[in-house]
Design a protein. Structure first.
Ligand code: PLP
Length: 372
């Protein structure tokens, strides 16, 4: 069994995919070709924002947003303690300081009450200026933007939505990557919509920020490529990857998002009486980048993972270490984030993708019931 079966997906999409890739190769326009511009239009329309700018990966997408806002030394950027490293890594790259915020036990997402506590602590200390909150749509579930927006407005923070795992999720029908002042996503192969290499995108309704990001992603270009008005990056999406994504986005929209939600429903039905299954709040839809259960403690989680492995069932611990305990952040003020820290010991992500069969879900659930 595969954890995320990308080979099976390719077999299903093979005809369209092979044609799209070969057309891109035959076109000769390998950088910023027609499919890149088309895809950006399709993505902006799907998400429901004015501008989409693709780039080289989801980490660069976050960096481009921080650059557009001029985030730098003396700025505090609030980041959930339970996330992938990139969400925080980009902050010191710009010379700013990440301040870690605890998450909610049931949704794994940023706790707006703890965000307010952290902002007030930074203000009281007086060393840093609160500027941005990175709200991560972890495991496919959009963060609680209503609560986060209330805190952000109160303290003048910009919201950077890290939708690397959230693409396709919704709140009251409004799509992920439209909630932040700027939002980003990743097209790393295992994400809800992935390409066949690295890729990413930035979304915003703001014309000025979009123009800055367009410049930053191509060496800080001005009027044309060899007129450079600021220090930028080389962060573009390849034409071939854009062609791959056009095929993937169509399948995602037509049936994959619906099918992965059916898989989640089956897991939850069969597991909810023996483990803590993922919680999707009223009005929210997840795109299930991961299906993550919570166990009693580390011993129970590790034993379950070993039992699944013995039956040939892959599972992953996302994430084993909170941000505030990462060696790379050892010099920072250590906000204690007890929930994030505890989740790292208790979470386990199960095989999850739109092509999972009922038999496979049965096999996983039977093995879990047996082990517990
Ligand atoms: C994957 C991921 C990123 C980074 O995306 P890349 O394309 O791998 O650079 C950022 N944030 C989160 C939450 C992610 O899961």
């Amino acid at each position: 069994m595969e954890f995320r079966d990308l080979k099976k997906q390719y077999q299903v999409l093979k005809e369209d995919m092979d044609k799209a890739i070969l057309d891109a190769v035959a076109s000769g326009a390998y950088i910023m070709g027609q499919p890149v511009r088309e895809l950006e239009k399709q993505l902006a329309e799907y998400v429901g924002v004015k501008h989409c700018l693709t780039c080289a990966n989801g980490t660069d997408a976050l960096t481009l947003a921080l650059k557009a806002w001029g985030i730098g030394p003396g700025d505090a950027v609030f980041v959930p303690d339970f996330t992938f490293f990139s969400s925080a890594e980009v902050v010191p790259l710009e010379g700013a300081e990440p301040v870690f915020v605890d998450v909610c036990e049931e949704t794994f997402n940023l706790d707006a009450a703890d965000l307010e506590r952290a902002v007030r602590a930074v203000l009281a200390e007086g060393r840093l200026r609160p500027r941005v909150v990175v709200a991560v749509d972890l495991f496919g579930l959009p963060a609680d933007y209503k609560a986060i927006r209330a805190v952000a407005d109160k303290y003048g923070l910009l919201i950077l939505e890290d939708g690397a795992q959230g693409f396709g999720g919704t709140i009251d029908g409004k799509r992920a990557c439209s909630f932040g002042d700027i939002a980003t996503t990743s097209f790393f192969p295992a994400k809800p919509v992935g390409c066949y290499g690295d890729g990413g995108a930035v979304f915003t309704d703001n014309d000025e920020w979009a123009a800055l990001i367009e410049s930053y992603r191509v060496h800080g270009k001005g009027q044309f490529k060899y007129d450079n008005v600021r220090i930028g990056m080389n962060s573009r999406l390849d034409t071939v990857q854009a062609a791959v994504l056009q095929v993937k986005l169509k399948a995602f929209d037509e049936y994959e998002l619906a099918d992965i939600n059916l898989a989640a429903l089956q897991y939850t039905k069969r597991l909810k009486d023996i483990v803590a299954t993922p919680v999707v709040p009223e009005g929210f839809l997840s795109s299930w980048a991961q299906y993550t259960i919570r166990l009693r403690d580390k011993a129970q989680r590790d034993a379950l993972q070993a039992a699944l492995k013995a039956e040939g069932i892959p599972s992953m611990v996302y994430y084993p270490k909170p941000m505030h305990l990462q060696t790379a952040f050892a010099g920072l003020t250590r906000n204690l984030c007890p929930i994030a820290t505890s989740l790292c010991d208790r979470v386990l992500s199960l095989p999850m993708h739109p092509y999972l069969t009922t038999e496979q879900i049965d096999t996983v659930c039977t093995a879990i019931r047996k082990a517990l």
